[in-house]
Every structure is written in structure tokens, then in C-alpha cells.
Design a protein around this ligand. Structure first.
Ligand code: AP5
Ligand code: MG
Length: 214
């Protein structure tokens, strides 16, 4: 099963992608997580990506596409994967489609997690992320057992550099102009599915499972 998670920054793509990955035993592939791991390790890719991410801008397609295609070519992705944060532009979607078509394959579902802009800013300021294992929490909605420590792996949690309110506003602008057109793109391919992302995260997940299994 090959799934794409679509939705605004903070819509809950990462939260839902992890639950899908666990339930269906497929890898969760997040370009944002890959960039953040590179920033943490001080790689050349991380340094380059950080320039864009801190401004709320997209990392250029040339850099992003190569990383994603290398990742999905790995052995653990051969039975499927859930993509979170990719594609984010029409050219990225076209490159992915071309690569899949060459393998006689295609995307099964593009799930749009729909959350209005008003709800997003509040979610982002409360988010805490684990750079070690990628888990995401919220100080009010999804608290950890011990404050500041990841329930899954015990590492320290961070507030992402790009979660400042001014950067979140910029990310929302970039989303509406560059990423939202993908909703029409995947609708035209007949694979788009919509879920209401304002519900409780467990209810959002139940809606996703229902549509994947119908
Ligand atoms: P990326 O890491 O992909 O960030 P994003 O799309 O901006 O999305 P987020 O991770 O912020 O939100 P999310 O939808 O995953 O929500 P989450 O589950 O965490 O990208 C970061 C940057 O990297 C980009 O700006 C860009 O620069 C670069 N980049 C990455 N991919 C790229 C690409 N393909 N091309 C170019 N550049 C790229 O949830 C948010 C919060 O809400 C959490 O605290 C969570 O606990 C909480 N929450 C989740 N669900 C619920 C719920 N149902 N109710 C209440 N709270 C909830
Ligand atoms: Mg995310």
C-alpha cells in the first residue's frame, strides 16, 4: 500500500502517518524528519535545508526529490510506505509518478487531512517533537508521561525552530500557493480521500482506517 498524506502544516499528517505505519507495518517516510535529522547531525544537506526551513520556505525540488527517491528505493519500502510531507509541489508529484510508472506501480491513496488555518497556529505552538524517533506530542492535547521526555524512546523533546507564529504564517501561505494544488492533482487521478482533521486524533485515525479498508 502506497499512501500520501496531504494537509497544511500542523494538520496532523505526521501524527496520522505514524499510526498508519504501525498498523500496516509499512515505513513512515517524512522529508521534514529526514531534513531535521540532517540538521541535527550537521550534514551539508542539513545546512542547506535549514536556510529554507527556518524561513518557512520549501527546500528546492532538486534536493528534495533525490532524497525521497533514494529513500523509497530501499528494501523496507518494497511493500509500500506512507509519505508525509512529500510531494509538496506539482513537479515533485510528477517526478514521483514517473518513477512509480517506470516500476509499473502507482499511489493507492492521497489522504487530505483537512484543518482550517485558525486551528493550526495553536497546535503548532504546543507541539513538541522527538528528533531521535520522530514522535510528536502536544503539551495540552497529547502530553507525554514525563514532561519534555519522549514516551517512545526516552530522548529529550524539542520545540521546532519553524514553529514560531510568524514562520507558521509563512508556511501556511506557502502551503496554499504551492501544495494545495495537489488536492486537484490527486482528485483527477481518482485517489484523493478527505478526512476531517479537527476531530480527536483517534477519531481521525478511525476515519482513515475506514476509508483504507472499504
Ligand atoms: P514538515 O516537517 O513536513 O512540516 P509541515 O508540513 O509544515 O507539517 P508539520 O510537521 O508541521 O505538521 P503535521 O501535519 O505533520 O502535524 P503533526 O502531526 O506534527 O516540513 C518542514 C519543512 O521542511 C517545510 O516547511 C520545508 O521547508 C521542508 N520540507 C519538508 N518536506 C519538503 C518537500 N517535500 N519539499 C520541500 N520542502 C520540504 O501535528 C501538529 C501538532 O498538532 C502536534 O503537536 C500534534 O500532537 C497535534 N495534533 C495532531 N493531530 C491532532 C488532533 N487531531 N487534535 C489535536 N491536536 C493534534
Ligand atoms: Mg510533520
Amino acid at each position: 500500500m502506497k499512501i500520501i498524506m496531504l494537509g497544511a502544516p500542523g494538520a496532523g499528517k505526521g501524527t496520522q502517518a505514524k499510526m498508519i505505519a504501525d498498523k500496516y507495518s509499512i515505513p513512515h517516510v517524512s522529508t521534514g524528519d529526514i531534513f531535521r535529522a540532517n540538521i541535527k547531525n550537521g550534514t551539508a544537506l542539513g545546512m542547506e535545508a535549514k536556510k529554507y526551513m527556518d524561513q518557512g520556505q520549501l527546500v528546492p525540488d532538486e534536493l528534495t526529490v533525490k532524497i525521497l527517491l533514494d529513500r523509497v528505493a530501499q528494501e523496507d519500502c518494497k511493500n509500500g510506505y506512507v509519505l508525509d510531507g512529500f510531494p509538496r509541489t506539482i513537479p515533485q508529484a510528477e517526478v514521483l509518478d514517473k518513477a512509480l510508472t517506470e516500476l509499473g506501480d502507482s499511489i493507492d491513496y492521497a489522504i487530505n487531512v483537512d484543518v482550517p488555518d485558525e486551528n493550526i497556529i495553536n497546535r503548532m505552538s504546543g507541539r513538541r517533537a522527538c528528533v531521535a524517533c520522530g514522535a510528536t506530542y502536544h503539551i495540552v492535547h497529547i502530553p507525554t508521561k514525563v514532561e519534555g521526555i519522549c514516551d517512545r524512546c526516552g530522548a529529550e523533546l524539542i520545540l521546532r525552530d519553524d514553529d514560531k507564529p510568524e514562520t507558521v504564517k509563512k508556511r501556511l501561505d506557502v502551503y496554499h500557493t504551492q501544495t494545495q494544488p495537489l488536492i486537484d492533482y490527486y482528485t483527477a487521478k481518482g485517489v484523493l480521500r478527505e478526512v476531517d482533521g479537527t476531530k480527536d486524533m483517534k477519531d481521525v485515525f478511525a476515519d482513515i482506517v475506514k476509508l483504507l479498508e472499504q
